[in-house]
Design a binder for this molecule. Structure first.
Ligand code: NAP
Ligand code: F7E
Length: 330
């Protein structure tokens, strides 16, 4: 029988890759989308007319609607990827962030708890939960020390998922994913902000790039490699929590070197520091140990740091070229 998956956050970076993967595996995919005054389905445009993709209006803060959706659809699997996912923005909008990230997860768990056939549940947990890191590298047993409203909300959602697993026999898994990027990454996250600006600088469309803390280090992987791990978690005999990471860490500075290097540019000529991009509390270093996912799920990342930087730079150079052509015809 055709499996059904319900995905929150389908219009986001990860939702779009997950939808592609599930469709390729023959799933009927139900995506929750938000009403917006402008189009917000750009990342799923290429699969929009697939008859197995069905989009339903909803919002993680609307518990009634979530309950209605799970009752109507009766999904076999639920992937909770929806979130106000920007850490810096979470300091400006803590209450809204907690509503979507923490309460959103709880609303979904409550919506499925009383179903006779409870769907398997995936929670998009985050390496940000390690925050002020208690050990390096970070693994499943490393204690959390969140450093932002976003990561505090993710810790709540993590433990609710564990709690529903232990209390209600619900097949709930946390994927503790370290930063993952792609040409579909939102343009305000640092990697994409850099590749977008570098392409525009190369094409003469921009002359400065304003950034914050260049010393922060992250374990950056490719989003396309990480979707398989999520799906694999829900195919196991037992529910569990897994770290998904590359096992390498690099600074923002090193990412700048790679990207501008690909375009034969010297970033020092273009980058300026703007304190508005500093955070009230910073996460200085993240480095994941995904031994458990590698052993149990037989998963491993395929894309290196260099290859990721090159892929994003080339995609954004193409975008900048299109932009330059449009500008010339204006
Ligand atoms: P993203 O690109 O920011 O996408 C977020 C998605 O959530 C979008 O589809 C957005 O819809 C939706 N959304 C936001 N608020 C919502 C609400 N109230 N109700 C329903 N949907 C809502 O994020 P991403 O990078 O794909 O990340 C996916 C998930 O993984 C998030 O939960 C994130 O916190 C988590 N995560 C990400 C990373 C990473 O490095 N990317 C690492 C660890 C964990 P609109 O398109 O309408 O805005
Ligand atoms: O920042 C520094 C910034 O916003 C990375 C989300 O997907 O991954 C993401 O959160 C680092 C930070 O990602 C700028 O201070 C310097 O140290 O790209 P980011 P993030 O905060 O790590 C985790 C795993 C998630 O779960 C989140 O949802 O880069 N940085 N200058 C800057 N960051 C931004 N955004 N903009 C700058 O100008």
């Amino acid at each position: 029988m055709t499996k059904k998956a319900l995905v929150s956050g389908i219009t986001g970076q990860d939702g779009s890759y997950l939808a592609e993967l599930l469709l390729s595996k023959g799933y009927e995919v139900y995506g929750i989308i938000r009403r917006s005054s402008s189009f917000n389905t750009k990342r799923i445009e290429h699969i929009y007319h697939d008859p197995k993709l069905k989009l339903e209006y909803g919002d993680l803060t609307d518990a009634t609607r979530l309950r209605e959706l799970v009752l109507d659809i009766k999904p076999d699997e639920v992937y909770n990827l929806g979130a106000q996912s920007h850490v810096r923005v979470s300091f400006d909008e803590p209450v809204y962030t907690v509503d979507t990230v923490a309460m959103g997860c709880l609303n979904l768990l409550e919506a499925i708890r009383r179903l006779d056939n409870k769907p398997r549940f995936y929670q998009a947990s985050s390496s940000e939960m390690y925050g002020l890191v208690q050990e390096t590298p970070q693994k499943e047993t490393t204690p959390f020390h969140p450093r932002s409203p976003y990561s505090c909300a993710k810790v709540f959602a993590f433990w609710q998922t564990v709690n529903y697993r232990e209390s209600y026999d619900l097949f709930g898994c946390n994927g503790i994913l370290f930063n993952h990027e792609s040409p579909r990454r939102g343009e305000t996250f640092v990697t994409r902000k850099i590749t977008r600006a570098a392409g525009r600088i190369k094409m003469g469309l921009q002359d400065k790039l304003y950034l914050g803390n260049l010393d922060a280090k992250r374990d950056w992987g490719f989003a396309g490699d990480y979707v398989e791990a999520r799906w694999l978690m829900l195919q196991q005999d037992k529910p569990d929590d897994y770290v998904v990471a590359t096992g390498e860490t690099h600074s923002v500075r090193e990412f700048l070197d790679e990207v501008f290097g690909c375009l034969d540019l010297d970033w020092h000529k273009y980058v300026e520091i703007d304190p508005r991009y500093f955070r009230p509390a910073e996460v200085d270093l993240l480095l994941g140990d995904s031994t458990k996912a590698r052993k149990v799920l037989n998963w491993e990342p395929k894309t290196t740091f260099k290859a990721l930087a090159k892929m994003m730079t080339e995609a954004d150079l193409e975008l900048a070229k299109d932009e330059a052509v449009l500008k010339a015809h204006r």
